[in-house]
Unconditional design. Structure first.
Length: 213
């Protein structure tokens, strides 16, 4: 019996069906891959400090579904979702900075006292974090699809044992575990080098001025 995702995007049914088909032509496997993708997105937003990671994940899936139905060419759905997720995350942070919490609802002990130095440091950290994410997004997209897929699959999405999952991956590739670790290490090294170069070229100041990474 075909599996149904626990949560469908709010986009039209045709867009949601197009997303499922892009994940896998088989409806049952598509439902499973959808749930895996959504869990990965929720974990990504949680790691990046989003206040509502599930809502951000759903917004990402909605946008991807709409892009697909508009005819966007997406050979790698998981990689494409990651790029859209980075855009959603940056918008989330900008909204948070523009819309501070009302003080009326805070108890007296939690009412913040404005400190210019602290506020300046917080803004610098926010700009730096956004610059790093832009670079990470671009460098991940620059990886060839097999390398990116290997890196993402090497890290578990929160379900099952990481060790067992990596052993299964090594068995699937037909290589010893040590060889798998070496492959992943080389990809990480390439990614780190790319991010370092990107940050050197496009720091927070350039990001504020609208320069592309």
């Amino acid at each position: 019996m075909p599996s149904s995702p626990s949560r469908a995007p709010t986009s039209p049914p045709a867009a949601f069906d197009r997303l499922l088909f892009a994940l896998d032509p088989d409806r049952h496997r598509a439902g499973e891959r959808y749930e895996t993708l959504r869990r990965k997105l929720i974990r990504l937003f949680s790691w990046r400090g989003a206040q509502e990671p599930e809502q951000c994940a759903d917004e990402t899936l909605d946008r991807v579904a709409r892009r697909l139905v508009e005819g966007a060419a997406v050979p790698d759905v998981f990689g494409f979702c990651h790029g859209v997720a980075m855009n959603v995350l940056r918008e989330h942070w900008r909204r948070s900075q523009r819309e501070p919490l009302s003080l009326d609802g805070l108890p007296a002990a939690r009412v913040p006292v404005t400190d210019p130095a602290v506020e300046a440091r917080r803004q610098d950290e926010s700009r730096g974090r956004e610059a790093r994410l832009v670079c990470l997004d671009g460098c991940l997209a620059a990886l060839d699809a097999p390398a990116r897929d290997l890196l993402l699959r090497y890290h578990p999405d929160g379900g099952g044992s990481p060790r067992e999952g990596r052993q299964r991956l090594a068995d699937e590739l037909g290589v010893p575990m040590n060889a798998l670790r070496i492959r992943v290490h080389r990809i990480r090294t390439r990614l780190a080098r790319c991010i370092k170069g990107c940050l050197a070229r496009n720091g927070p100041k350039e990001m504020d001025e609208g320069a592309a990474p």
